[in-house]
Unconditional design. Structure first.
Length: 252
């Protein structure tokens, strides 16, 4: 056998009973002349336990721990690329809007109610909007301005917050109008942290993308989404129109 591995080891690897080490991957790529796959495979084995994390598993003790876990990632990241078709990105949320999202999380996943603590921890991420030389590229779907979390007053406060933060010098806020031609299907929301990590959320789980080739695909998707977005005055007009919509709604 070219790799020099025992047949028992090969059997365990083939049947998923043993994960390959980084040295195993290097050996396999060299012996099979597949060096072009080396970076992707090593990225996969380094993060194999984090590739697919069920929300129920992450939220066993409540939602605060997941928010706390995000802070070191934010601290290390220099360039953020954020896409969300239907919600305001967490780092731009008001306390009231964030609290409502966590109330829904608590109810939906039937987890311990630590919505207040989770909200406080999420708001800690906002410090990075003002510190260092980080660049924030955020694209939202227009629907994010209308998805109603907490009623008209909460939504108007959230829209006011967007008007305020869009003036930040290192934040680029784009919105894709509902009628805009789009170069790629909207898909799930995702967050890119430099060119090292992409987090994608579904109803059941969050999965991490670390393989360079897959990260390139998300970078390409984000570039296409940006082409459909409007910026500056056009964004301000869309936000003001949404705010007028909530002005016309009765408060609870």
């Amino acid at each position: 056998m070219a790799t020099g591995w025992a047949e028992s080891k090969v059997s365990r690897l083939e049947n998923g009973k043993q994960n390959p080490s980084e040295d195993d991957i290097r050996t396999w790529c060299m012996k099979t002349d597949r060096q072009e796959h080396l970076a992707d495979l090593i990225a996969t084995v380094r993060h194999i336990d984090e590739l697919w994390l069920e929300w129920r598993r992450q939220f066993q003790t409540g939602a605060e721990q997941r928010q706390k876990k995000a802070l070191p990632v934010y601290a290390k990241t220099k360039v953020f690329r954020i896409w969300h078709p239907t919600l305001v990105w967490g780092t731009l949320q008001t306390a009231e809007y964030a609290a409502e999202t966590f109330r829904q999380v608590v109810d939906y996943y039937e987890i311990p109610d630590d919505a207040e603590a989770a909200t406080a921890k999420r708001l800690e991420r906002q410090q990075y909007l003002y510190r260092g030389n980080r660049i924030f590229n955020v694209v939202l779907g227009e629907q994010a301005l209308y998805t109603n979390f907490g009623g008209p007053e909460v939504m108007k406060g959230q829209l006011d917050r967007l008007l305020a933060v869009m003036r930040l010098p290192r934040l680029s806020l784009g919105i894709i109008p509902r009628s805009a031609p789009i170069g790629i299907w909207p898909g799930n929301s995702f967050s890119m942290f430099d060119d090292k990590l992409v987090l994608v959320e579904t109803y059941s789980a969050e999965f991490s993308v670390t393989q360079p080739r897959e990260i390139e695909l998300y970078a390409k998707a984000f570039a296409l989404l940006k082409q459909s977005a409007v910026y500056g005055t056009a964004v301000r007009d869309l936000i003001l129109t949404a705010s007028q919509h909530f002005d016309q709604m009765p408060s609870d």
